[in-house]
Write a protein of this length. Structure first.
Length: 235
């Protein structure tokens, strides 16, 4: 039998002020799975991650994590439950060193990675230990941003376009990191524009269009559905 989902999103709606952006997002993620949210610009992918994380004031529907309803909870409580969000803009503090940036989030769950373990995952970062955030390349900033959320002890990671603006060789490195996190038992929701990358790391793909999930494609069926996918993404 299929495992119970770790995260289940049902009829999730969200608003920015009066603007109704999510109209009923439905998807689930099994323990240890990597899934992507794919879709055109403005489809509502980032908003979905923010709504799951509770950082949008107005939302409704259901988001259960480990079987517990989180929709009424403040973002702090959702983080404590073990979900971590890495925003597209990465949120690196330019005036702080790599080490200081890593130490920023509190461990909210037992079992958060130590700084040493994070450096083991991202050896490049170790060489930059005392560098300021601003001195890092885009790839290093992305690794720092992912490393930082691993400190929290969350086992469910929401990553918003980790490959945005990065060179192919760095994208491959991020891909290897995601594969390793999956091996270590993390469960990951990835927002991606780069579907070549998405297909190299994910188990299933959910297509978001105008604030709804309109389709799901298992990764092994991606090639057979490539025309359909191009239609969805407008490429
Ligand atoms: P992108 O890759 O462009 O970020 P996306 O699928 O992640 O695409 P969202 O960022 O979730 O899309 O945006 C969904 C809709 O919400 C868009 O119409 C966008 O203009 C609108 N929107 C996003 N952020 C805000 C905001 N802070 N205030 C008002 N509207 C917003």
């Amino acid at each position: 039998a299929a495992a119970q989902p770790l995260l289940a999103v049902q009829n999730l709606e969200a608003w920015y002020g009066e603007s109704h952006v999510l109209h009923g997002i439905n998807f689930d993620v099994r323990p240890g799975e990597v899934v992507t949210l794919l879709g055109r610009n403005g489809a509502g992918k980032t908003t979905t991650l923010k709504a799951i994380m509770g950082i949008l004031p107005k939302r409704k529907g259901s988001v259960t994590f480990e079987g517990t309803e989180t929709i009424g909870l403040p973002s702090r409580a959702i983080a404590r439950a073990g979900i971590a969000f890495c925003p597209e803009e990465r949120g690196i503090f330019s005036s702080l060193s790599v080490e200081e940036n890593l130490m920023l989030p509190p461990q909210v769950k037992p079992g958060g990675m130590s700084v040493e373990q994070i450096f083991d995952l991202f050896p490049n970062l170790k060489e930059r230990l005392s560098s300021q955030g601003t001195k890092l390349s885009g790839g290093e900033q992305q690794m720092l941003a992912i490393g930082r959320i691993l400190r929290t002890g969350a086992k469910m990671l929401l990553l918003d376009e980790p490959t945005e603006g990065l060179a192919p060789v760095i994208i491959q490195q991020i891909g290897r990191t995601i594969a390793r996190l999956k091996q270590e038992g993390f469960t990951i929701v990835l927002v991606e524009q780069n579907f070549h990358f998405a297909s190299s790391v994910a188990d299933r793909h959910f297509i978001v269009e105008q604030g709804r999930v309109i389709d799901m494609i298992p990764n092994e069926e991606l090639d057979a559905n490539i025309e359909k996918l191009h239609g969805y993404l407008g490429v």
